[in-house]
Design a binder for this molecule. Sequence first.
Ligand SMILES: [Zn+2]
Length: 282
Amino acid sequence: MTAERSVQLSPLVRRITADNPSPFTFTGTQTYVIGQGEVAVIDPGPNDPAHLDAITGALGGERIVAILCTHTHKDHSPAAKPLAERTGAPVMGCAPLVLEDLGPRADASFDDTYTPSRVMMDGATVSGPGWTLAAVATPGHTSNHLCFELVEERALFTGDHVMGWSTTVISPPDGDMADYMASLAKLEARQDAIYYPAHGDPVEKPQRFVRSLAGHRKQREGQILRLIDKGTAAIADMVPQMYAGLDQRLYGAAGRSVLAHLIDLEQRGVVMRAGDDWRRAA
Ligand SMILES: [Zn+2]
């Protein structure tokens, strides 16, 4: 329906925003179309017929040759299957998560309909006329998260690993703070010229931005340790002190990220847990 939802950002990059704004998705999930004529679609988004219509409407007679997903949260990958059924394009990208019924990584935010025909490992590529996309493994936000490099424009599609409007949520057990920090360091060492995140504006000084994100997490870690040292032991009591002014609908998500920090500190031998309480390791 709404072809005007499609915005050309560079010679090879178009953005189509899904109509799913929320405190978690900002203005909505941003689906990217790469190339001209024979194109790739990154993060097709939620399974919303209007968004699928917007994607196919924006493409007109162009052909989708690859549907790629950065990870399998429900605002990113559920449109992959219906878009593949409409267009015949193969689904590829991140690995599906193994979601045992009571398994350690089961989580209501995960899309269990995602069944890629090709799982891309770190460094794997897919290409079309004038474009090449290479997978960059970036676990942390989720264990299966990939970024995709558009080689011809030195652009990196960062999914939810690096977002343009907010820090990402790290929700254990699938989300892992130590992995996330390592994935930030991995990006800082790269020479990308621009990031296109799934939520928020493009990031034009990416290495500096990634350094600030890592510094922000170190500050959060320091805050948590100071609170513990002053006797605040429970996450529910830490969050309001750490996130003054935060939309209270996001307190739960903030608590997940605090838990991710605490697990990381526990694994490094800095803190220990006693039931729901946390204290310094002896
Ligand atoms: Zn996500």
